[in-house]
Design a protein around this ligand. Structure first.
Ligand code: NAG
Length: 419
């Protein structure tokens, strides 16, 4: 049965979270008395020990209060003059361990009546008091007290509670790995950040190497870009959405590359060079904002000079000549008897004796011939007689006589009519 003093219970209840920062532990190794331990029953009896821990006093007052705490052992079986080793007695404390203390150990007879044995001073077998200096550590310090016909061997140490560290068990550090911190604790109670975390409480993740100030991270090794930035290191600005041939120095810009224009840099200022729209060796002129004009070479037409002009469309060939379209030109295939580019020249020569009515024929330098008509005749072949009746010289119903002409224009001698 473990016993504790009431005030100690109250203290425990009021401080449920930080139960204590450390514990003073004491083991009774052995206790012998030549006077005999068992006062009432000589053969065997029950004994317990009380440990009282106080601040260091020059003259130790063994009475309560035990300012650092107190505790009792279980009730131990004793034969007539010795008891053997006890389980450790624990005196928890909540303050900074000062390193010095007064220690009072009392051996008591346990009454069978169940009353609190310590109220009857007759039950006190022995009491020792000493002043000690002890630092925090797992190692047990051995000590022996020689009293009046008794010998008490005991050992003790002071250990910090879990998560308390340092010389005085006053440095609290509980390893954690959650929102409120990512760390372990060193022996002195200082936080040691887990890899990838920094900051006083190791709550600040260390971003990926090279992550720029425009990036951040919520867990180690990330590099998440802020609005308007991109790239593995978030050091590249994001262009305006829809920006086609543009760049940026700041987020959302769209600065057009050379030759491009418009809000989204989607308009080709140099359409001619980039698209070569004009065909058939036409020359191209940029007219800005993605537009252009083509100046066609002769013989071509259309926006891109893609259409070849058909020079035959204007029917240039005369006298039944057939037309053939050439590049920016045409040729006429003339029927027999005509020549010239447009078959406009008659093939008749002076040798064909084209001049009628005694006209004289003369070859022209550029092809063809001319007729020089005798008096009284006219027309290109002297085929017309000057009509002297046209002035109606014949009076009183006399007949008029007409001479009609011969048509040479189609290479045939056609007598239209003859009177
Ligand atoms: C910390 O927590 C993270 C996520 O829960 C886990 O991946 C990591 O292994 C933990 N680190 C340690 C040292 O426990």
């Amino acid at each position: 049965m473990a016993r504790v003093f009431l005030w100690s219970l109250a203290l425990l209840a009021s401080a449920q979270v930080a139960l204590s920062s450390g514990v003073f532990e004491l083991k009774i190794e052995s206790f012998t008395s030549s006077r005999g331990l068992c006062l009432s029953q000589p053969r065997s009896c029950h004994i317990f020990f009380r440990v009282c821990l106080k601040h260091s006093q020059d003259v130790i007052n063994p009475e309560p209060p035990c300012t650092y705490g107190t505790a009792l052992t279980d009730i131990l079986d004793a034969d007539s003059n010795s008891i053997s080793e006890s389980a450790p007695i624990r005196v928890p404390f909540l303050f900074k361990w000062p390193g010095t203390f007064s220690l009072i150990i009392e051996a008591w007879n346990a009454e069978s009546s169940g009353l609190d044995s310590t109220e009857n001073q007759n039950n006190l077998i022995s009491r020792m008091a000493t002043r000690r200096r002890l630092g925090v550590g797992e190692e047990w310090s051995q000590d022996v007290h020689f009293g009046d016909q008794s010998e008490l061997r005991y050992s003790y140490h002071v250990v910090c509670n879990e998560h308390y560290h340092g010389e005085a068990c006053s440095a609290y550090c509980r390893p954690r790995n959650d929102t409120f911190g990512h760390y372990t604790c060193d022996d002195g109670g200082s936080r040691r950040c887990l890899e990838g975390w920094s900051g006083e409480y190791c709550t600040v993740p260390i971003c990926a190497a090279g992550c720029s100030k425009n990036g951040f991270c919520e867990s180690p090794g990330e590099c998440v870009c802020r609005q308007g930035w991109q790239g593995e290191r978030c050091d590249e600005c994001a262009r305006h959405p829809g920006c086609l041939h543009g760049t940026c120095q700041q987020p959302w810009q769209c600065n057009c590359k050379e030759g491009w224009g418009g809000l989204y840099c989607d308009q080709d200022l140099n359409y001619c060079t980039n698209h070569r729209p004009c065909q058939n060796d036409a020359s191209c002129t940029n007219t800005g904002q993605g537009s252009y004009t083509c100046t066609c070479r002769p013989g071509f037409t259309g926006k891109n000079c893609e259409i070849e002009t058909n020079e035959c469309d204007s029917n240039p060939c005369k006298n039944g000549g057939s037309c053939k379209d050439l590049v920016n030109d045409y040729s006429c295939a003339c029927p027999q008897g005509f020549y010239g580019k447009n078959c406009e020249v008659s093939a008749m020569k002076c040798a064909d004796e084209p001049c009628f009515n005694g006209g004289t024929c003369e070859e022209n330098v550029d092809g063809g011939y001319s007729c020089h008509c005798p008096a009284g005749f006219t027309g290109s072949n002297c085929e017309k007689r000057n009509d002297r009746c046209s002035s109606n010289p014949c009076a009183n119903g006399t007949n008029q006589q007409f001479i009609h002409f011969i048509d040479f224009t189609h290479g045939q001698t056609i007598i239209i009519s003859r009177v």
